[in-house]
Design a protein around this ligand. Structure first.
Ligand code: NAD
Length: 250
């Protein structure tokens, strides 16, 4: 009997415009914890403490956010085999792009050109002032935190500064959502990797692809909210499964 991995390879084998949709699970093998997996960040802290409104109104929330950023390991992380497998598909001309919920920049670090990556939830490597929109590399601001400024403000206007990621309660980036939707409706196969597919509106992207006729494959450890909609679900490590898939597809 064929395994789900074999069936997934068969389904993706005929695709000309494969679109990947990635979540935090693709980066756990790089040492960055996910949110909702068994060791996820939300098993340790309450997400309702980190809404956009609380960040803006409470110095304590901002201080905790900077501390958590420092300890997250996200700034030292390196791409893993799953990120590299997607690059191999791109180089072979089989991948139309990657729509990611991740904020770690590891798809680009692995070698995907920035125009191939749509970041729906922003990128943690940049910090912006919420008042005057001045911006800095995050390492510059982390250095200020390390030097004792636990709640750093904008040196230009004194405004509140925040990493350029979308927090709960913050609006989605319009251009990125449009681009993701265009890619989803144009693809002939959707490969969702390392996501519970439970965060909306991002999780509409694979649904849009499926509704416009794309084949739909999910690779994840554990159940997702869209397993019942996929043509094949492959349970397993993103690094191992994507490496095996790409070996067969190229
Ligand atoms: P999630 O935490 O809801 O789900 C991650 C899923 O991946 C879980 O089902 C988990 O079991 C699975 N998983 C973990 N390691 C895996 C592996 N090696 N191989 C295959 N599957 C694995 O994450 P989500 O669906 O992306 O949604 C949560 C939000 O998390 C997103 O908005 C994203 O911005 C944010 N986030 C991003 C990062 C990052 O940039 N690396 C890290 C944490 C959270």
């Amino acid at each position: 009997m064929k395994s789900n991995l074999d069936r997934a390879i068969e389904l993706l084998g005929g695709a000309q415009r494969l679109l990947a949709f990635t979540g935090a699970g693709i980066s756990t093998e790089s040492g960055i914890p996910d949110f909702r997996g068994p060791n996820g960040v939300w098993t340790k802290v309450d997400p309702s403490e980190f809404t956009f409104d609380k960040y803006v109104s409470r110095p304590e929330t901002r201080k905790r956010s900077w501390e958590m950023r420092k300890q997250s390991g996200i700034f030292d992380a390196q791409p893993n085999a799953a990120h590299r497998a997607l690059v191999d598909l791109w180089v072979a001309g089989l991948l139309s792009g990657v729509v990611t919920q991740n904020i770690d920049g590891l798809h680009q670090a692995a070698g995907l050109p920035s125009e191939a990556v749509v970041e729906l939830h922003g990128n943690v490597q940049r910090v912006e002032c919420l008042e005057c929109e001045a911006g800095w590399p995050t390492e510059v601001v982390i250095a200020r935190v390390n030097a004792g400024d636990a709640d750093p403000h904008c040196p230009e206007c004194g405004g509140i500064i925040k990493v350029s990621v979308i927090s709960f309660g913050q609006a989605m980036p319009v251009l990125e959502m449009q681009r993701a939707s265009e890619l989803a409706t144009a693809c002939d196969a959707m490969l969702a990797v390392g996501s519970t597919l439970s965060v909306y509106p991002a999780a509409y992207v694979p649904l849009e692809a499926k509704q416009t006729g794309a084949r739909y494959v999910i690779v994840n450890q554990g159940a997702t909210e869209q397993d019942h909609l996929a043509d094949v679900v492959v349970e397993g490590s993103a690094g191992e499964v994507l490496t095996a898939m790409v070996r067969e597809l190229l």
